[in-house]
Design a binder for this molecule. Sequence first.
Ligand code: CO8
Length: 375
Amino acid sequence: MTETNVVISGVGLWTPEHSISNEELVTAYNGYAEKYNADNASAIEAGDLSAKPLSSVEFINKASGINSRFVYRKDGILDIDRMRPKWEERGNEELSHQAEVALLAARKALAAANKKPEDIDAVIVSCAYTQRSYPAIAIEVQNQLGIQGFGFDMLVACSAATFALQRAYEMVKAGTARCVLAINPELTSPQNNWRDRDSHFIFGDVATATVVETEATANSEHCYDVLSTKAVTSFSNNIRSNYGYSSYADDSEPYGLDKFFIQNGRKVFKEVCPMAAEHISSQLDALGIAVTDVRRWWLHQANINMNVLIGKRLLGREATAEEAPIVLDRYANTASAGSLIAFNLHHEDLVSGDLGVICSFGAGYSIGSLVVRKR
Ligand code: CO8
């Protein structure tokens, strides 16, 4: 039996129309912190409460490289009496928020891949959070697009997008699906603690989608052979959210501080960068590809300093913006979607034979990567 070659044949990106600059974000947070400190002055004075420290645009720019972030709904986030997005509740018969943005990216990916709904056998929705447990968002999207076959949701935090591409690759390779639509509707804004100085600047909303199919059916303009996929996980509490369905049973506060995204950012930085660099170089070694032969690095987008460090570890020098494009300055950290935003915006200039690496790293810890070659 001949080997099935698997290709990425189309990608799509949905960028929300609303954005929040660091200046707007810090003005709102500092307004909230000052009000909190004034309202609680006597308790703070008595040592019963800690004063809220102020945030700064300079710190955010320097520590993260993030200048602004996109958000699905801006209303509420900058209101110092609310400090969280305000979404309208939708009924069971209405399209869910997450399926709506998933569809916006999915339709673009289908068009880029020259695919119709009847060509797709499976839909994967993979992201850091799903809006509900069931029915799966993927099945809602499948229904909206009129796709036969099956769909399922999967959660792998920062590596949800690359791990989904790996599942898609395996299904196509095994012949259980000819063509898979993998979507990452990353709506992080409801889970971001906008009242926390250490993390209020980190996240943004976005959706990405990718079509993965056999070489035999692919006919789009920009196709990439998937040469190899690699996944690794290693348990760590350094990035965690205790948000989950059991709060009702264990009597914990459903909106307690531990239910938001929390992290020990310094430790994550120190531990994940060497893991990611080693992961990628050993994957390339196994393929007999030298790092200098890689034309483009579509890296996870959490922190500019992490990407610079990983580039240096791999190449022995800083990667150029052309080699390892940065999108986190405008998009911030979009959970798992960052490497695919970079791919969406920076792949069409590659020529036949050019090699690239898509890699995510973060919570879990988890690292997922694919080595691809332009057809
Ligand atoms: N303004 C001013 N000062 C600040 C601020 C602020 N906003 N925040 C912190 N500081 C202060 C600190 O209090 C500290 O002060 P001091 O020295 O007096 O104690 C000082 O600045 C330095 O603080 P840090 O050591 O924390 O600063 P770092 O240089 O380490 O930068 C970062 C912090 C930017 C968070 C950095 O550590 C980082 O990016 N690390 C990598 C983290 C990472 O990649 N994590 C992955 C997260 S994404 C993920 O896993 C997906 C989860 C799912 C999505 C969640 C959706 C909500």
